[in-house]
Design a protein around this ligand. Structure first.
Ligand SMILES: Nc1ncnc2c1ncn2[C@@H]1O[C@H](COP(=O)(O)OP(=O)(O)OP(=O)(O)O)[C@@H](O)[C@H]1O
Ligand SMILES: [Mg+2]
Length: 274
């Protein structure tokens, strides 16, 4: 059984069917790339899997480690080990990156119980008991991961995504992944807006984690990212369906030839928005 197993999934947003029967399986140790034209449903699929309340699953199934993902509330999906890096991360003024991430890590560890804000000695004791991560331990983990991702330490004290550049937001998404240690990560256009060096740094961050503990579904428009994060499979989504899939070099072919030939070959209307 695959870690993430999606079968014939149909998803509607505000009464309109966007995902029209998607089946895909992603395991740990695997990287799947999901490509496809704008508006084809890639982000909709990720939101539906993460449990966004606006996205209604009308048909099909999705299981995570054999459990029904679709009946779990979003926080339970995250605790189970599913992670989504947003295409457009939201700013949360008033909440620092450090506090946000520590609360997220503790919420995952608490397994659904309310997270108590521990300080000073209490935090140290809780850390030793292995329940909540202590402030000191967390700072160590955070600093190490920030260094790996080329983020200056003062980011920990800035409000989440507030005034961050496009590339900084994407790095912070990967920082979040690094501290939460998911089993399946969905990365929605994490490469968009990254400069050439950042693309390499962020890819290294992802590659460090892909392995026996994690698999990834990488949504991207550009073949270049896949030079750094090598997928086993490249899927093409059009009009809410995965119309075809290929090996790692399929992305090169897509870059060279575009999508029109696939539309013609598989009889997909020229614009999903039409
Ligand atoms: N909340 C919503 N209300 C109305 N339409 C929506 C909503 N969310 C998504 N859609 C529509 O669903 C379609 C798929 O959108 P989605 O964001 O999933 O595409 P995408 O493949 O991620 O595109 P891109 O490559 O541009 O990010 C689009 O036509 C979009 O306008
Ligand atoms: Mg999208």
């Amino acid at each position: 059984m695959a870690t993430l197993e999606i079968k014939d999934l149909h998803v509607s947003v505000e009464g309109k069917e966007i995902i029209k029967g998607v089946s895909i399986e992603v395991n740990k140790n695997e990287v799947h790339a999901l490509m496809g034209p704008n508006g084809s449903g890639k982000s909709t699929l990720s939101f539906a899997l993460a449990g966004h309340p606006k996205y209604t699953v009308t048909r099909g199934s999705a299981t995570f480690k054999g459990e029904d993902l679709l009946t779990m509330p979003p926080d339970e999906r995250a605790r189970a080990g599913l992670f989504l890096a947003f295409q457009y991360p939201a700013a949360v003024p008033g909440v620092t990156v450090g506090n946000f991430l520590r609360t997220a890590v503790n919420a995952k560890r608490a397994g659904g119980a309310p997270v108590k804000a521990l300080t000073g000695k209490d935090a140290e004791i809780a850390g030793k008991n292995g329940s909540q991560i202590s402030a000191r331990e967390f700072l160590k983990v955070l600093k190490e991961n920030m260094k790996n991702l080329g983020l200056k330490e003062d980011f920990a004290f800035r409000y989440l995504n507030d005034g961050f550049s496009g590339g900084e937001k994407k790095r912070v998404e990967i920082l979040q992944m690094a501290v939460l240690k998911p089993e399946i990560a969905i990365l929605d256009e994490t490469d968009s807006g990254l400069d050439i060096d950042a693309m390499k740094t962020v890819s290294d961050g992802v590659n460090r984690m892909v392995g026996p503990a994690m698999g990834a579904l990488v949504i991207t428009h550009y073949q270049r990212l896949l030079n750094y994060i090598r997928p086993q499979v490249v899927h093409v989504m059009m009009d809410g369906r995965i119309v075809t899939s290929g090996g790692p070099d399929f992305a090169l072919e897509l870059e060279a030839k575009g999508y029109d030939w696939i539309r013609q070959k598989y009889g997909v209307a020229s614009s999903a928005a039409a």
